[in-house]
Design a binder for this molecule. Structure first.
Ligand code: C5P
Length: 217
């Protein structure tokens, strides 16, 4: 039987990562968080102190290797998972992921993950660009206010105090940049199923996705 591919796309804070992890644990699928891969490139760009807005400063992309495996992201073999969630990386990731050379390389790496067996990949362009032939495409969304609320709660559990309005503005800015870029903008694929999680619990969203997978397996 060929490997089953689930593509989950959606904006920041729509619950993609938590839902994807739970669904994969339940089904034994391999989860690939493509946002973590773009974050790893952003970390490297910041380390090199390049002007992230200048496409001509990305020649370093030819020297790097990004691998996502077992919930961790490796940059040239080094596990950088602990360094990619800072607000500096978060707020620069949209600029870095607009660059064609960056996207071409990440999409190549992501397509290579098909060898991992049954996979669930989450991101912004998985159903539209990376795997247009995915067996199931889901577009997860929620209102910006709900997503900001979730981010604040998540930060609280990590011991980080955050200001709701600042997070809300950052989420809206990232939504705008991710959905207005020229290459692979965030958008729902024509054949993706829309799941609005605003009034759903994590468990309800998981059950819905498990049901959609089960219908197609
Ligand atoms: O999903 P996460 O918030 O970790 O993604 C970080 C950033 O990486 C996004 O804001 C987006 O700019 C970029 N990204 C992307 N394409 C993907 C996944 C993430 O452009 N497939």
């Amino acid at each position: 039987m060929k490997n089953f591919v689930v593509a989950i796309d959606g904006p920041a804070g729509s619950g993609k990562s938590s839902i994807s992890k739970l669904v994969c644990e339940k089904l034994g699928f391999t989860h690939i968080d493509t946002g973590a891969m773009y974050r790893a490139v952003t970390l490297e760009a910041l380390k090199r102190k390049i002007d992230v807005e200048n496409e001509n400063e990305y020649s370093f992309i030819d020297e790097i290797d990004v691998v996502y495996k077992d919930g961790k992201v490796f940059l040239n073999g080094e596990d950088v998972s602990g360094f990619i969630r800072t607000s500096e990386v978060t707020n620069n990731a949209s600029a870095v992921s607009r660059v064609k050379a960056v996207r071409d390389k990440m999409v190549d790496f992501q397509r290579g993950c098909r060898n991992y067996g049954n996979i669930l990949m989450d991101g912004r362009d998985i159903g539209t660009v990376v795997f247009p032939d995915a067996d199931l495409k889901v577009f997860l969304t929620a209102t910006p206010e709900e997503r900001a609320k979730r981010r604040c709660l998540e930060n609280k559990t990590l011991g980080v105090e955050s200001d709701f309005n600042t997070i809300l503005e950052e989420i809206k800015a990232r939504d705008y940049k991710d959905s207005h870029r020229a290459i692979a903008p965030l958008k729902q694929a024509d054949d993706a199923i829309l799941v609005d999680t605003t009034n759903m619990s994590i468990d309800e969203v998981c059950q819905e996705i498990l049901r959609l997978i089960d219908e197609r397996l």
